[in-house]
Design a protein around this ligand. Structure first.
Ligand code: UD1
Ligand code: CA
Length: 451
């Protein structure tokens, strides 16, 4: 059967009190609407139309070619919003899923089961519902004495009895596409908010004698709609624990899952250990058997098997097998560390390739540089890469020894097997197997105190 989806994202999201569009607020590092799109795609939907209106340009820029777009210039309600997709979808057959851009917690599994239920019962509409003791704000499912769905009543239209109903609409529906676009024209705006409500399609189908189903999910948390930042914080927490649980079950040790922040798109290998306060963000990939010490922040980076990261910040960088970083090191974008490299405390690396077994153990800055295999950079040494206008490169060969507190003034090259005496300022390149001294000779004046 054909499956298409309409995602609603045209509303202003007033309750967020934000300049950023509501559906672009991240949940575990990914815009909430992107969670919706990813899950919809994974559940076998081939065509997605996102209805945009308020902040349309911002949403389109963020989503680009992820979906098609329809414009709703005036926000007259959710039924009106779905009608905006009519031009694109009206001639389709099969199932149309309508879902709100502000319900990122509805899982791929739940969506699959929900769509399966709709398609196997042959219903013309199915509502994804859940039960809760705190239904405030949601549309309530009104059932007749036989337990069949009759209609949905919105919070603002509900009478005292209806407000007590504990089954809510998640705002997610499956519809028979043809009937949906036919009945949307019959929805009126005669209600407390003066809006065209999508949920009203349900009572129109029931009036026509069509089969309407409700699929009740076990887990109310999934249906959480994010209307304000309190909801956002709760969604973040639920999603965080869901992500962490998945990694735990895949063999990753997370010492304190409540206080570990792993982005939705991060991958982690088995037997990796993650201490409290760690944040893994963006498209980070962590290998097997890696140690990530407390409070490390790793963004869009790859850390290979057996590496050890202690209390460090790593951004857009690569760390190869069995390399150690930190404590208190920073790898800025473009750091590319080989195998068994050692980066010690208070070392900053930027846009630099360090070959296997290179060591920078203490208090250094290595930027715009290439450091050869097994080369040792002594404590306090720095690459002087910037003249106030331009950046220059430093190249150090293999098995070299850079004495403590040296300045390598780029552009400069130090050959393989060379030594730089401690405290040198090196402005000229040094050929291989040489010793370079670049410092003033010491003079000592004896008896100076008495004078
Ligand atoms: C809506 C449902 C409610 C359901 C709840 C689930 C309606 C009338 N109410 O209420 O039954 O329990 O979601 O979270 O459908 N939107 C548009 N254009 C509009 C109005 C809204 O695109 O003209 C979009 C919003 O951007 C949002 C979604 O539709 O993504 C839902 O709108 P919102 O105002 O959040 O509705 P709720 O009050 O949460
Ligand atoms: Ca909502």
């Amino acid at each position: 059967m054909n499956r298409q989806a309409v995602i609603l994202a045209a509303g202003k999201g007033t309750r967020m009190k934000s300049k950023l569009h509501k559906v672009l607020h991240p949940v575990c590092g990914k815009p909430m609407i992107q969670h919706v799109i990813d899950n919809i795609k994974a559940s076998g939907v081939t065509e997605i139309v996102t209805v945009v209106g308020y902040g349309a340009e911002e949403v389109k820029r963020a989503l680009q070619s992820e979906t098609a777009f329809s414009m709703q210039t005036e926000q007259l309600g959710t039924a009106h919003a779905v009608r905006m997709a009519e031009d694109v979808l009206k001639d389709k057959t099969g199932t149309t899923i309508v879902i709100c851009g502000d319900t990122p917690l509805i899982s791929e599994e739940t969506l699959k089961q929900f769509i399966h239920h709709h398609e196997t019962t042959g219903a013309k509409a199915t509502i994804l519902t859940a039960k809760t003791n705190h239904p405030f704000g949601y549309g309530r499912i009104v059932r007749n004495e036989h337990g069949s769905v009759e209609r949905i009543v919105e919070e603002k239209d509900a009478n005292i009895e209806e407000k007590l109903i504990n089954e809510i609409s998640s705002g997610t529906f499956c519809f028979d596409n043809t009937l949906l676009f036919e009945l949307l024209h019959e929805v009126d705006n005669d209600n407390a908010q003066g809006e065209y409500y999508l949920p009203d399609v349900i009572k129109l189908l029931v009036a026509r004698g069509e089969l309407v189903e409700a699929y009740v999910t076990e887990d109310f948390d999934e249906t959480l709609g994010i209307n304000d930042r309190y909801n956002l914080a709760i969604a973040e927490k639920i999603m965080k624990l869901r992500i962490n649980r998945e990694h735990l079950l895949n063999g990753v040790t997370i010492v304190d899952p409540e206080n570990t922040y792993i982005g939705a798109d991060v991958q982690i290998g088995a037997d990796t250990i993650i201490e409290p306060g760690v944040m893994l963000k963006g498209k980070t990939i962590i290998g097997e058997n890696v140690f990530i010490g407390a409070n490390s922040i790793i963004t869009d980076s790859e850390i290979k098997q057996g590496a050890s990261i202690k209390q460090s910040v790593i951004t857009e960088s690569f760390v190869d097998e069995e390399t150690t970083v930190g404590p208190f090191a920073q790898l800025r974008p473009g750091s590319d560390l080989g195998k068994q490299v050692k980066i010690g405390n208070f070392v900053e690396v930027k846009k630099a390739r360090l070959h296997d077994e290179a060591k920078v153990s203490h208090l250094s800055y290595i930027g715009d540089a290439e450091i050869g295999e097994r080369t040792n950079i002594g404590c306090g040494s720095i690459t002087v890469n910037y003249d106030g206008k331009n950046k220059f490169k430093t190249v150090v060969g293999k098995d070299a020894f850079i004495g403590c507190n040296s300045n390598l003034v780029a552009p400069v090259e130090i050959g393989d097997y060379s030594f730089i005496a401690a405290g040198s300022t090196i402005t000229d390149s040094v050929p291989e197997s040489s010793l370079a001294l670049g410092r003033a000779r010491q003079t000592t004046k004896e008896g100076y105190y008495k004078k």
